[in-house]
Design a protein around this ligand. Structure first.
Ligand code: 26V
Length: 817
């Protein structure tokens, strides 16, 4: 057995410094005398990559030698955020790096600020995948993350004259330093073409694809270290490369430019992450991306499995493939295709293997977000896969018919293919039928799946449905983003909370200690000072650190109801103007988040917020009582600045619509108080931190449904509530857009004349009351501090370590190596 190189016997800080200098010279080709900050950052990253790859090789050897069952986590999105501090903390090298950099005349904070994060996800779903990889590494699970190496991640958001403007996110422009590009390590991915049916010498009916287009998938590996446990797993992202045929076609066809065009077309597949716009239906490139990820990944899995030389029916005993949403669900027919068409298993044998291998997590119940593909598109791009889906469906419906002989309508409802004027492949149905486990992401959401969205499937496969409430990694979302609070906690209860978050409970005895109170609030105030500085730098607005920081950051979507928030902001503004003295708690409102580029209303609401901000911030009657700030380009890096400085966390989705939320957890963990609806994980947060330590309001999800089915009339709320009326009339009348008085009419129209689908007006009054409760609570700083500490101390359940451990035990059947 070959041995890994030994680490040098010098002091860690000194050896790190030597490595940095070596990389400055030999990897980056720069003068070691005066490297600039970016160069130092990159050299430090490369030095850490050296350490990570050693541990990764060792971890892989462990997994292999134990012949452990492996977990494959397939996701079209990962949102890891900046790596530098995370990796330093995990490797236990933070102080050493600080020392090494100081020696070279740099500060760690400045060097860390040089990092540009990979935005390879839209929001919650991608960030969850990254939290889970962190926990899988910390729990030493034999796991692999698989995704796509997009050249352009989620767009960079600028706010220009109040409007969102999108810019390409060229995250790779500075080169890569964390990953290994494995240019010799590629898999062919084949699509288009025709299915040929033929009979082989043994008389078997065979299927193969002819005239297919081939694109190569090249592996790019990034390393995810566990917390101080010498264990490292990898996130393998596939980049599209043209096949070798490209080089031949130079000579054969003489059409040089034509060949180059083909190359460009092939490599487009991994060019850009899709924003979660209304509907990707018909977006051929998106379906190509999904199959590209799936095909390359399954080849990797099969290759590793083959090395074991055991029978195919052992595949589920040795592997589990987790589908993050339906986006990679074409993995199910792809594995069937390999087993039946290539490995010549019978359909029954292959299906037995498939349904024991896949598990599926659903992350949304919004009907427009449930993935469907036009059958024609599927047939053109993946003809064999469509045939396989039809066969899965035929057999499935046959069974359903026998199980429910008296309910013929169920067949149309559960069919994998929707048959109406046009035919659609329903990816969620495929994922449910092809998996042994289907889970939602909060208790509330999982109940909704069983009771409404997937009720028929719940009747057919009750044993498949389960809940796994989301979690977040305390390494990034407390230790790394809020180091002073983390230190205060560790000083009192020791460092075990970092890998056993339930230990935060031990803070509870200190909530009555005056000294701890003071220290807690000092840390929080210092964080607010830092954010105030950032706001002054970026937006030119001066905010009072002592004011109540009321924060609403997340993707812009009508169901998340940033609009409800701004309606209340306007109501406060009106109170200040009409009866000065009625508003006593100064507030700083902070908004942030991206709207999908094609989502008109969400973008319009961003513009409204910026207009309201301008009006309020420049009105001398308001003074320090109210400030409204929109921070552009919300991303992981920005979240890390904002969350530790937040007093009040806005989690105000229409009940029944937010599957879980994970921002809600990040804020509460850092001692913010939640104002929120009875939705997603808010409900469980309430159960853990106590009803008296957060502000819930609004309709319950069954009340939302009842009100809708009884004919919800938003106008009634408008007519009955004069404060609400004044707010809406101002917006519609151009108060916030004097040069374009009709600018925001559509927003008001959507509420009054188009049914207010998200029940903004129905929840307005109870929101206003609850906001008043929050303001009153904030006036008693000692009581607020107590609530804040109790929030942190009771958030242990929401660790992604707990969540991943549940997945490992209940679904995956794996344990740490
Ligand atoms: C849909 C699409 C369709 C068009 C192409 C790109 C794309 C990307 C994402 C989506 C839907 C993703 C659903 C989602 O992000 N759900 C969120 O998942 C979080 C983690 O479980 C959860 O906390 C949020 O409540 C939920 O909205």
């Amino acid at each position: 057995k070959s041995r890994l190189p030994e680490a040098p016997a010098t002091r860690p800080a000194e050896s790190l410094k030597q490595d940095i200098l070596r990389h400055v010279l030999y990897s980056l080709g720069r003068d070691t005398e005066r490297p600039d900050r970016q160069t130092v950052f990159r050299a430090l990253a490369l030095s850490l990559r050296d350490r990570l790859v050693e541990k990764w090789i060792a971890s892989q050897r462990d997994i292999y030698s134990r012949s452990s069952k492996r977990v494959y986590y397939l996701s079209l999105e990962f949102l890891p955020g900046p790596f530098l501090r995370e990796n330093l903390i995990a490797l236990g090298l933070e102080n050493e790096a600080r020392e090494a950099l100081t020696d070279m005349g740099f500060g760690l904070d400045d060097v860390a600020d040089e990092e540009y994060e990979p935005g390879l996800g839209n929001g919650g779903l991608g960030r969850l995948a990254s939290c889970y990889l962190d926990s899988m590494a910390t729990l030493r699970l034999p796991a692999y993350g698989y995704g796509i190496h997009y050249a352009y991640g989620i767009f960079y958001q600028l706010i220009k004259e109040g409007r969102q403007v999108e810019r390409a996110d060229n995250w790779l422009r500075g080169g890569t330093h964390w990953e290994f590009e494995r240019s010799h390590y590629v898999h062919p991915v084949r699509f288009y073409g025709q299915v040929r049916e033929w009979v082989d010498e043994q008389g078997r009916l065979r299927h193969s694809l002819e005239n297919a287009t081939t694109v190569m998938a090249m592996a790019c590996d990034m390393f995810i270290p566990g917390h101080k446990n010498d264990y490292v797993l990898n996130m393998r992202l596939w980049a599209a490369k043209t096949s070798r045929e490209f080089e031949f076609s130079f000579f054969n066809t003489g059409d040089y430019i034509g060949a180059v065009e083909e190359k460009i077309r092939d490599e487009n597949i991994s060019m850009v992450l899709y924003p979660n716009d209304e509907a990707p239906e018909g977006k051929e490139l998106r379906l190509k991306q999904q199959f590209f990820l799936v095909s390359a990944t399954i080849q990797d899995i099969v290759r590793r499995f083959r090395k074991k030389g055991i029978a195919w029916d052992q595949l589920p005993r040795k592997n589990v493939i987790h589908l993050n949403e339906t986006h990679p669900a074409v993995a199910i027919p792809e594995l069937m295709r390999i087993l039946v068409d290539e490995e010549l298993l019978t359909w029954e044998e292959a299906w037995y293997i498939c349904v024991r291998t896949f598990a599926y997590t659903n992350h949304t119940v919004l009907p427009e977000a449930l993935e469907v593909w036009p059958e024609d598109l599927f047939r053109r791009l993946l003809p064999r896969h469509l045939q396989i889906i039809h066969e899965i469906n035929r057999r499935f419906l046959h069974d359903v018919r026998r199980q429910f002989p008296n309910d013929p309508n169920i067949l149309g409802r559960v069919s994998l293919v929707h048959e109406g004027e046009s035919r659609w492949v329903r990816m969620s149905h495929l994922a449910i039928v092809g998996s042994f486990s289907v889970n939602g992401v909060s208790a509330h959401h999982s109940e909704i799946l069983k009771e409404s969205v997937f009720h028929d499937f719940y009747k057919i496969f009750p044993e498949r449905f389960n809940n796994k409430t989301n979690g977040i990694t305390p390494r990034r979302w407390l230790r790394q983003c809020n180091p002073t609070l983390a230190w205060l906690i560790t000083e009192h209860i020791g460092p075990e909370w970092l890998t056993d978050l339930a230990q935060l409970k031990k803070l509870e005895p200190y909530v009555n200690s005056e000294g701890f109170h003071r220290a807690w609030m000092e840390v929080r105030l210092r964080n607010k000072h830092k954010l105030a500085e950032y706001i002054r730098d970026k937006n030119g607005i001066t905010v009072m650190p002592e004011s109540l920081f009321d924060v609403h950051v997340k993707r812009f979507h009508e169901y998340k109801r940033q609009l409800l928030n701004v309606l209340h902001v306007i109501a406060l503004y009106n109170r200040i103007r009409s009866s000065p003295g009625s508003v006593t708690v100064p507030r700083t409102y902070i908004f942030g988040g991206k709207a999908a580029p094609g989502y008109y209303m969400a973008k319009h609401i961003i513009r409204l917020i910026n207009s309201v901000a301008y009006t309020i911030n420049t009105d001398p009657r308001v003074g320090d009582l109210l400030k409204v700030v929109f921070l552009q380009n919300y991303c992981v890096t920005l979240a890390e600045r904002i969350i530790p400085a937040t007093d009040l966390s806005e989690q105000i989705s229409t009940a029944g619509m937010e599957a879980s939320g994970t921002g809600n957890m990040k804020f509460a963990l850092n001692g913010a108080i939640t104002i929120g609806t009875h939705d997603g994980a808010n409900i469980e947060i309430m159960e853990h931190v106590g009803n008296e330590n957060l502000f819930l309001f609004g309709l319950l999800s069954h009340e939302v449904n009842e009100m809708r089915s009884q004919g919800y009339n938003p106008r009634l709320f408008y007519e009955r509530d004069s404060e609400l009326r004044e707010v809406l009339d101002m917006i519609a009348g151009g108060f916030f857009s004097p040069s374009e008085p009709h600018l925001f009419r559509d927003v008001v129209e959507s509420l009054l004349n188009h049914g207010d689908r998200y029940m903004v007006l129905a929840d307005f009054r109870s929101y206003v009351y609850r906001q008043q409760d929050a303001a009153n609570a904030f006036m008693d700083q000692a009581a607020w501090a107590r609530m804040s500490m109790l929030n942190t101390s009771r958030m242990g359940f929401f660790s992604s370590d707990r969540a991943v451990d549940e997945y490992a035990k209940d679904i995956w059947g794996v344990s740490g190596v």
